[in-house]
Write a protein that binds this ligand. Sequence first.
Ligand SMILES: O=c1ccn([C@@H]2O[C@H](COP(=O)(O)O)[C@@H](O)[C@H]2O)c(=O)[nH]1
Length: 232
Amino acid sequence: MTHSPVIVALDYPTAEGALDLARRLDPADCRLKVGKELYTRAGPALLAQLHTLGFDVFLDLKFHDIPNTVSRAVSVAADLGVWMVNVHASCGRRAMTQAADTLAQFSAPPELIAVTVLTSFSQAEFEEVHHGERLEERVSMLAALTQDCGLDGVVCSPHEVPRLRAERGLNFGLVTPGVRPVGSDAGDQTRIMTPEQAIAAGSSYLVIGRPITQASDPLQALHQINLTLGAD
Ligand SMILES: O=c1ccn([C@@H]2O[C@H](COP(=O)(O)O)[C@@H](O)[C@H]2O)c(=O)[nH]1
């Protein structure tokens, strides 16, 4: 069990690349996230290997489908022993409630969280797909719905954290990608903050990928982040 809020996003095209880093990391220093790229390649066998290494694993497949499909998918994720799994909040009340009810039947269910608005979206890009809506209003509305459906938290940008913490309370998980240490490239992310700012704002967990995985020394990059957060 780690005291660090960092979840390292293992966005690699092969199991070998991901395992090469995972074997050098210590589960005392971080959790790991497996997303669509790596899971599409390596599937449940890779999850089993990461569990054998001692890591808590967030399976980030962002299920977005009809209620029956979403609840069955999170049930399989629970069977695979992951620590956290997610859906899109915009799949709606019935899908989220059914997923939460399904997981409640497990003795040690994974945390179930819902994506609000992807951290890559700027307000302008958001308006192209949600005409006339304010991004932060939608995040707030989806977080309220997610909590009402009995889920454990949401994925949002650190920018939305102060408002959501105030609206949803201290026990609601706020998992934030869009985290960039000073000097690192934003890449395709737009709503970003530094690790220290995100934790000060009230984030529960920080999802950090490329600033660690593409660093010349990924272990040192993680160590430096944990140090600045007092989690070393
Ligand atoms: O809104 C979201 C939801 C998920 N992600 C995922 O987090 C990581 C971030 O990686 P970086 O390299 O630190 O940008 C990545 O796996 C995304 O799929 C997100 O960024 N935003």
